[in-house]
Ligand binder design. Structure first.
Ligand code: MYA
Ligand code: JJ1
Length: 388
């Protein structure tokens, strides 16, 4: 069934439910000097090319490859449209390795035709904090599909991760592979219902008119929580403390330090937005919410070509009710011109999704670990990890 994945150190379908298998690494690391020093072999017309996304021309090539060939919904109506600035943010966290940003080019004309990336992270699984690669942006040009290039890309990123003495990875995909540690659902909250309906992202509900629908999704003009404001650099220590404490509740979650929080959560225009609640009296930071910006190309519409989507990232409520905090996040997203606010059913998100008029999407997101076994699959609410 899975000629490639059956050869890899990942949980296999035949072992599902076998709780006698131990939790932890599936295979032991080999001696670093025994890791293959040379790249895997590509078909003769292609060559490896490490992509420096700090270089504008290279970032533009990566942007274009993904904009034309990356993930689409089931009906091929929308395609993720990660911006160059987003890619720079996603690929250059603290301690990143240039060599983990891997391209494949056509030898003859140097055209970029495939891509895969890893970034380092500390991920806690149960009580163990493990240094892992987060693998993302696996993409093969549409004209080169089904030629078994993806397994070569995956083996090459694995080799480069091993060269840095890391032996585990975390990744997500819309497809089912051996074997998910969790299966999550996307939920969507309309902010601009007329446009969403016009482009086929959503439908007019039964017995609903357009004006009733617009009224249903209407939001107040300003956040309701006193002391709700943008996160700033000076907030990094307080936000780190809040997040670390919160994420400790989940079975799988990132282990974030102040440098990570500065990188991943300090606001960057059109990339990541973060807000917190500072108690007007005590000046204590009690609550936090964030979303990242990932537009989609609209593939066949005469009026619109881009859908501006916000994706819920990390949220922590200790004083403000989570429902109110997330309603404030919807209000600021609406103000900033987003068409839709998306969220997975991870962490405590289920507690607000229905009340805040999110509806279930047609897409699922499966979470995976490479070379790390968990005894049991997780419920989405046991997952404290959001990948980009
Ligand atoms: S998920 C996003 C993936 N990208 C897209 O969906 C974009 C649009 N699609 C494409 O570009 C291509 O269809 C891709 C496959 C490139 C996806 N993850 O070359 P093939 C297996 C893992 O003939 P193609 C993301 O970025 C498939 O089951 N494996 O197929 C996270 C089959 O293997 P098997 C996948 O369609 C990526 C084999 O590839 C995926 O031309 C995490 C077929 O290869 C997928 N999304 O190309 C990667 N899709 O026969 C794993 C298909 O066994 C990282 N396949 O079923 C693992 C950790 C590595 C580091 C470890 C460190 C220690
Ligand atoms: O965006 C998604 N689905 C939308 C559009 C569906 C268009 C037809 N296929 C959707 N819309 C309904 C919204 C509606 C709003 C009012 C309330 C009721 C709901 O369902 C889906 C997620 O649901 N997105 C995708 O399919 C994109 C791919 C998801 C897999 C991602 C792989 C990740 C890559 C790893 O890094």
């Amino acid at each position: 069934r899975h000629r490639f994945w059956e050869t890899q150190p990942v949980g296999q379908f035949k072992d599902l439910g076998d709780a006698s298998l131990p939790e932890g690494p599936i295979e032991q690391p080999i001696t670093l000097s025994d890791v293959r020093p040379d790249t895997y072999t590509l078909p003769a017309l292609y060559e490896w090319s490490t992509c420096d996304v700090d270089n504008d021309a290279t970032a533009a090539e990566v942007y274009t490859l993904l904009a034309n060939n990356y993930v689409e919904d089931d009906d091929n109506m929308f395609r993720f449209n990660y911006s160059k600035e987003f890619l720079r943010w996603a690929l250059r966290p603290p301690g990143y390795f240039k060599a983990w940003h891997i391209g494949v080019r056509v030898k003859a004309n140097k055209k970029l035709v495939a891509f895969i990336t890893g970034v380092p992270a500390r991920i806690r699984a149960g009580n163990e904090v493990v240094r892992m690669a987060e693998v993302n942006f696996l993409c093969v040009h549409k004209k080169l599909r089904s030629k078994r290039l993806a397994p070569v890309l995956i083996k090459e990123v694995t080799r480069r991760v091993h060269r840095e003495d890391m032996w585990q990875a975390a990744y997500t995909a819309g497809v089912v592979l051996p074997t998910p540690i969790a299966t999550c659902q996307y939920w969507h909250r309309s902010l601009n219902p007329k446009k969403l309906i016009d482009v086929g992202f959503s439908r007019l509900g039964a017995r609903m008119t357009m004006s009733r629908t617009i009224r249903l999704y209407k939001l107040p003009p300003l956040p309701a929580t006193p002391g709700f404001r943008n996160m700033e650099f000076r907030d990094v220590p307080a936000v780190t403390a809040l997040l670390r404490d919160y994420l400790s509740r989940f079975v799988v979650a990132p282990d974030l330090d102040e440098k990570d929080v500065e990188h991943w959560l300090l606001p960057r225009e059109d990339v990541v937005d973060s807000f917190l609640v500072e108690s007007p009296d005590s000046h204590e930071i009690t609550d936090f919410c964030s979303f990242y910006t990932l537009p989609s190309l609209i593939l066949n519409n005469a009026t619109y070509s881009n859908l501006k989507a916000a994706y819920s990232f990390y949220n922590v409520a200790t004083k403000t009710p989570l429902l109110q905090l997330m309603n404030d996040a919807l209000i600021v997203a609406k103000q900033k011109g987003y068409d839709v606010f998306n969220a997975l059913d991870v962490m405590e998100n289920e507690s607000f999704l229905k009340d805040l008029k999110f509806g279930p999407g047609d897409g699922m997101l499966h979470y995976y670990l490479y070379n790390y076994r968990l005894k049991h699959a997780l419920k989405p609410s046991e997952l404290g990890l959001v990948l980009l």
